[in-house]
Design a protein around this ligand. Structure first.
Ligand code: PLP
Length: 427
């Protein structure tokens, strides 16, 4: 208790936090059991691929016969129950991985379709919803979407009429991203995929899996998706991968992506792994446990802020389908104070103040708090939010549960210090 005090947390915040945590014992042990199952899944995949020290040797230049790279892709395919995988440091981030999946599997005249409403902000420019250089729109790929119903469920009637002869690829975003809507469970995604397959069996179905990895027992390919895509500086990198993205899925879809990432004719055969393989393997090994820490942090925060009367999404009691937690502050000062707290509790850059800025790829100013070992890594405790009403902070991550807990406590401390939350509320 006194350790938190020494780090700047007041006694009332410490006591309030303990009370919240006590109520979460049974949920936390369920998360520990999930982590255990996912941990064994990863170990099994590594054993099957006969991962050895030789996998960690760095390759340079073209990277021919890079067994570390080849086995890692085998391991990812196994973990995600896919035919094939592309896991590369040359994929610079999640947006790049998604753009790669789309641009390599769509051809001029095809239509891309989202049955779950607007996609993640950065994809608007990839698709050309907001005109942008090099977008799919410039290449003659059209886009259509169907919004979710007001209660956040799928609008099956409209989905049925939206799918047409041009529809080539359906994109389903598992996590809410910067939106106020539910994230989808693998089960819900499975139902949606089954419905779409009945209308158009041959359509390629892709799931944007960012933030969803290891949050459940099953992953999207097991629910019938052809492709699942994500970032290695989120869940599957386990906090150790310094860069990278992955695609898992049907062999055909992965080969298309490889031909686009490197070059037609070269495909998966080139791409030196430089010196990142050990961190990719070890990060994947840790990912189930790290994801569990992030889940606990999100649930703790939801319970704490809901008790204080702030709208939270998911709600305190809800089952989780990703590691993102949204808390709505209603005012700019609240969002900023929250982010300052997350920053102040970080192991790295705890002394800096986050400032709202015009981030490339985003429409509004965004405030971001991150005291991370890897720049922009959002499996490490990090918060961000666009500066627009209703001033919602989205945060995620926490490499360890104690550090995540401390971050949330500090965020509350900042709100109290700025008189945005009154002390009486903590009793
Ligand atoms: C993070 C994220 C992306 C984009 O990933 P970046 O690494 O930030 O480019 C896309 N979709 C979702 C749902 C995400 O959470």
């Amino acid at each position: 208790m006194s350790s938190y005090f020494e780090l700047g947390i007041s006694t009332d915040v410490i006591e309030f936090s303990e009370k919240i945590e006590e109520g979460l014992n049974s949920r936390f042990s369920a998360i520990d059991r999930l982590a255990e199952r996912n941990q064994l899944k990863v170990i099994k995949a590594m054993q099957l691929a006969r991962v050895s020290q030789a996998c960690f040797v760095q390759t340079t230049g073209y990277g021919y016969d890079d067994i570390g790279r080849e086995k890692l892709e085998q391991v990812y395919a196994e973990v995600f129950c896919a035919e094939d995988a592309l896991v590369r440091p040359q994929i610079t981030c999640g947006t790049h991985a998604l753009a790669l999946a789309l641009m390599s599997n769509l051809r001029p005249g095809d239509e891309l379709y989202s049955p779950v409403g607007k996609p993640y902000d950065t994809l608007e420019e990839v698709i050309g919803i907001r005109p942008s250089r090099g977008s799919l729109a410039e290449y003659g790929v059209t886009y259509r979407q169907t919004d979710l119903l007001p209660d956040g469920s799928f609008d099956y009637d409209r989905i049925k009429t939206a799918i047409n002869e041009k529809t080539k690829l359906v994109t389903i975003q598992r996590s809410k991203g910067y939106q106020i809507r539910p994230s989808f469970s693998v089960q819900e995604i499975e139902e949606l995929i089954a419905f779409i397959r009945k209308i158009k069996p041959e359509v390629i179905i892709m799931v944007d899996n960012c933030y969803g990895e290891f949050v459940e027992d099953r992953e999207p390919i097991e629910a019938g998706a052809d492709l699942a895509v994500g970032s290695l500086i989120k869940n599957p990198g386990g906090g150790l991968a310094p860069i990278g993205g992955y695609l898992v899925g049907k062999k055909e879809c992965i080969e298309n992506a490889a031909a686009r990432l490197t070059s037609p004719g070269l495909g998966k055969e080139v791409g030196a792994s430089l010196n990142v393989m050990r961190s990719f393997y070890q990060g994947l090994f840790l990912a189930p446990i790290v994801t569990a820490a992030a889940l606990k942090t999100a649930i703790f925060a939801a319970n704490l802020y809901e008790r204080l009367g702030y709208p939270v999404l998911p709600f305190a009691e809800e089952t989780r389908h990703d590691i993102i937690q949204a808390v709505t502050f209603g005012k700019e000062e609240g969002l900023i104070a929250f982010c300052e707290g997350i920053q102040a509790a970080a192991p790295v850059d705890s002394f800096v103040f986050p400032e709202p800025w015009d981030m490339p790829g985003y429409d509004d100013k965004v405030i971001m708090a991150a005291g991370a070992f890897h720049q922009g890594s959002s499996i490490e405790l990090s918060a961000d939010g666009p500066l627009r009403p209703p001033y919602t902070a989205y945060f995620q991550g926490g490499l360890t549960w104690p550090s995540g807990k401390f971050g949330i406590m500090m965020s509350l401390q900042k709100l109290i210090d700025k008189n945005l939350v009154s002390r009486e509320k903590l009793c």
